[in-house]
Design a protein around this ligand. Structure first.
Ligand code: AMP
Length: 292
């Protein structure tokens, strides 16, 4: 495994793999602090592609001024050890200056899809995401890029970016990996105290409750959301940012689920830590975003 810091080196390695060795490249972008959620993406990439490239880059442009860019967990030595165990071929770990050199002034924006949910709660977040993903895809030019359903809106936005700008990369979305307690794995879980961690189980419990209501025939958005809300409000450490039911392809807000897949997503503060989670109702996760 080689750890690469320079974009020129990454570009020339990837070009050689593609053009001279004719090997397929699978790319997994991450911000590091790796956990089983990331490793599941790497596992899928390993199964589907000849060569696996993982980027580790805490992207400053996707954090708001009051967000946790400085505090975000970073441990490249630990991450590189895990990635070597997973037979990753290349780790791309550039500095901020390498990605955003002096005079950088070009940003990529996906309109519409980014106005709601995480986009509404975190202004400018997706502009940072789509800009860095564009840069990374241009550097690596992978055949496949792997993203997690954990960040459901991000996966939909990236699919739209790739389609609209004709990237020659196929986006693969992998299911959410959870701890035994049901808590979705996240690098931000490291901010949680033991007591917070217990409280954070309400996110998945709320989604499970709403899914059960859906299975029993409930189709009204307000009643599905209410079922989830009641569970979260029963936990004093939890404060709801939003709970929303949206079309799983277009993210249009739904009053009810008629046909097609619906995304029930939420963002909840546990103490100071903001966590997100979601479930898809009425379709398998693999189908989500297929028409985005
Ligand atoms: P991050 O390092 O948080 O930017 O995440 C990198 C990638 O891993 C993104 O595509 C995430 O959606 C994905 N990911 C993060 N947590 C999970 C999880 N629990 N299950 C599946 N994928 C995940």
């Amino acid at each position: 495994m080689e750890v690469i810091n320079r974009r020129k080196r990454m570009m020339s390695v990837a070009r050689k793999l593609r053009q001279e060795e004719n090997r397929t490249i699978g790319f997994v972008p991450t911000m590091g602090a790796l956990h089983e959620g990331h490793l599941s993406l790497i596992h899928e990439a390993r199964a589907l592609c000849d060569v696996v490239v993982v980027s580790v880059f805490v992207n400053p442009t996707q954090f708001g001024p009051a967000e946790d860019f400085k505090a975000y967990p970073r441990d490249l030595t630990r991450d590189a050890g895990l990635l070597a165990e997973y037979n990753v071929d290349y780790v791309f770990a550039p500095t901020v200056e390498e990605i955003y050199p002096d005079g950088f002034s070009t940003y990529v924006t996906v309109e519409g899809l980014t106005d709601k949910l995480e986009g509404a709660a975190r202004r400018g977040h997706f502009r940072g995401v789509t800009t860095v993903v564009t840069i990374l895809l241009n550097i690596v030019r992978p055949d496949f890029a792997f993203f997690g359903q954990k960040d459901a809106q991000q996966a939909i936005v990236i699919k739209r970016l790739v389609r609209d700008l004709s990237f020659k990369t196929e986006v693969v979305v992998a299911p959410i990996v959870r701890e035994e307690s049901g808590l979705a794995m996240s690098s931000r879980n490291s901010y949680l105290s033991d007591e917070d961690r217990r409280a954070a189980q309400v996110l998945n419990q709320a989604l499970t409750k709403a899914s059960a209501a859906y299975s029993e025939g409930e189709r009204s958005a307000s009643r599905l959301i209410e079922a989830a809300r009641a569970i979260i409000e029963s936990e004093p450490r939890a404060k709801i940012d939003y709970i929303s039911l949206n079309d799983a392809d277009t993210l249009e807000t739904l009053d009810r689920i008629d046909d097609g897949a619906a995304l029930l997503s939420l963002a909840v503060f546990i103490g100071k830590t903001r966590l997100i989670d979601n479930v898809v109702l009425g379709a398998t996760e693999k189908q989500v975003g297929a028409n985005a």
